[in-house]
Design a protein around this ligand. Structure first.
Ligand SMILES: Cc1ncc(COP(=O)(O)O)c(C=O)c1O
Length: 344
């Protein structure tokens, strides 16, 4: 029970906390990685922690179908479908996006699990928000006409309930950090729909954990702190007496200097960060979230914004199927084909 809510436990937590020996030595910091990419079900990732709580709510309401939204290559969609299947439900993802030209990466995994993906094309007239809303309503009506009871999960699972998974992760990490003999640390995590960041931030402050959370936005946002405050206010209203907490405005540390100008865009510095992690530690990051956040971490070390000797935990939130997305994979193939040797 957390803030008065229960979950369906399917993650066998904790996920490992590992010390990255080679990169720590190279950068002059103490770098740890929290392996949330190792969560079970359909290649894992951060969304599963949120889904433990969302699934419980769906089952309590007697729902039989999980419906969610995202981009065509949504990791969150893939993991929502995984949970639906594992728990005897059907599921579908609605996206306002173009078909990427081939059924690969997350789209292929959605297909393997037998879950429907509805890609609605932009029409140049209506906003993508409106098209999304209308398509969700159409799919919901069609499924309900077949007798399903649909549970709708917002983008990234980032609503008030969704924060609980990463609240719990902050507690879990605090224990592991203590066992590792570190006094305090800075945590770095990617920020997309913000549920991961919000959950950890609320957990850290509500439980008074000796950790500072730095988020790295993976897309441009007009005012990250204002967005965080608005989301936090919704959480406070939702939990009422179970969450009596103030967070000071200066504690919303979300960096927008490393977003690369767009969501999920192919970027050389992100691919270089992915190659660096793979070459030094044999860990695979993804081009949309973890690669971008790690590129930000590297830049922060270079600029002295992360101090030499600092204890840093990098959140590996998963997403590695994204390396097969055509527009990322093609660039990586060009840059890495020098390692391919064909012997006639
Ligand atoms: C692999 C991965 N990392 C990080 C994030 C960002 O998490 P959040 O949306 O909770 O900010 C996502 C979101 O989809 C993700 O798929």
């Amino acid at each position: 029970m957390l803030l008065g809510r229960e979950k369906i436990d399917f993650l066998h937590l904790p996920t490992p906390l590992e010390y990255l020996t080679n990169i720590s030595e190279d950068l002059g910091i103490n770098l740890y990685i929290k392996r949330d990419d190792l969560t079970p079900l359909a290649m894992g990732g951060n969304k599963l922690r949120k889904l433990e709580y969302l699934l419980k709510d769906a089952k309590d309401q007697g729902c039989t179908f999980l419906l969610t939204v995202g981009g065509a290559q949504t990791n969150h969609g893939r993991l929502t479908m995984a949970v639906a299947r594992k728990y005897g439900m059907r599921g579908a993802i609605v996206c306002v996006d173009e078909y990427p030209g081939e059924l690969s990466a997350n789209l292929l995994l959605d297909g393997l699990m037998g879950c429907d993906v509805y890609l609605k094309k932009e029409d140049g007239i209506h906003s993508s928000g409106r098209l999304m809303h209308e398509t969700v309503a159409e799919v919901t009506a069609a499924e309900e006409a077949k007798g399903e009871k649909v549970y709708s999960i917002p983008l990234g699972g980032s609503n008030e309930l969704g924060i609980l998974g990463y609240y719990e992760c902050a507690q879990e990490l605090a224990e592991q950090v203590k066992e590792a003999g570190i006094g305090g640390c800075r945590i770095i995590c990617p920020v997309g729909s913000m549920g991961t960041y919000m959950g950890m931030q609320v957990g850290i402050h509500n439980e008074k954990l000796p950790m500072h959370l730095t988020g790295i936005s993976i897309m441009p946002r007009p005012d990250a702190a204002a967005e965080a405050e608005e989301y936090f206010a919704r959480c406070q209203a939702f939990y009422g007496d179970d969450l009596k907490l103030e967070i000071n405005p200066e504690d919303w540390d979300i960096r927008c200097d490393y977003d690369g100008g767009a969501y999920n865009n192919p970027l050389k510095e992100v691919r270089d960060a992915i190659y660096y992690m793979a070459e030094k530690e044999a860990l695979i990051l993804d081009p949309c979230y973890t690669g971008k956040a790690f590129a930000g971490l590297l830049q922060m070390v270079k600029d002295g914004k992360i101090a030499q000797g600092e204890n840093v935990v990098f959140m590996h939130t998963g997403g590695s199927p994204g390396i097969s997305t055509p527009f990322h994979r093609i660039e990586m193939e060009k840059e890495r084909e020098c390692y391919m040797h064909i012997i006639e």
